[in-house]
Design a protein around this ligand. Sequence first.
Ligand code: FES
Length: 157
Amino acid sequence: MPVEVDISDVAPGTMKVVEWRGKPVWILRRTPEMMASLAKTEANVADPASDKIYQLDMPEYAKNPERARAEHKEILVVVGICSHLGCSPSSRFTPGAQPNLPDDWQGGFLCPCHASTFDLSARVFKSVPAPSNLDVPPYMYLSDTTMVIGKDEKGEA
Ligand code: FES
C-alpha cells in the first residue's frame, strides 16, 4: 500500500523515517552544502548515476547524482537498508575526519555492521562490502508538502 507523508516538518539538514512495506524509508531534505558535497564524492562512488541492476527497479528520476525527482532535487527518498546484509545504516551528516570514517568525509551514512559508507545521495563508496546504492522506492509529490511513497506515474510498486 502506498504511504502518504507530510514533509512540511522536515527541516533542511534533517531526515524523517517512515515505514513502507515493513521497511524504513528515509526522507532527507538536503541543505545547499549537502547538495554541493555530491560533486566531491562523485569520483569515489561505485555507481554515480545508479545505472546498475537494482532489486527494486530504479526509477528513471533516480538515475542522476542527486537521485531525486526534478521538483525537489534537494529531497532524497531511499529505503534505509544496507545493500550488503540488510543492516540499517546510521546518518553521519557532519563532514570532516572522525572515528570509523575517511578523513575527507563529506557527510553521508555509515553501516554499523561492516562499515560500508554511502554519500548524501545514498550512493555506495568504492571498496566497501555493500555492492550497490540504496534503493529508491517509487514516489511522487502530491503538493509541495505532501508526498506518496510506493506509487508514481507508472503505478503502484
Ligand atoms: S550489512 Fe551493511 S556493511 Fe554489511
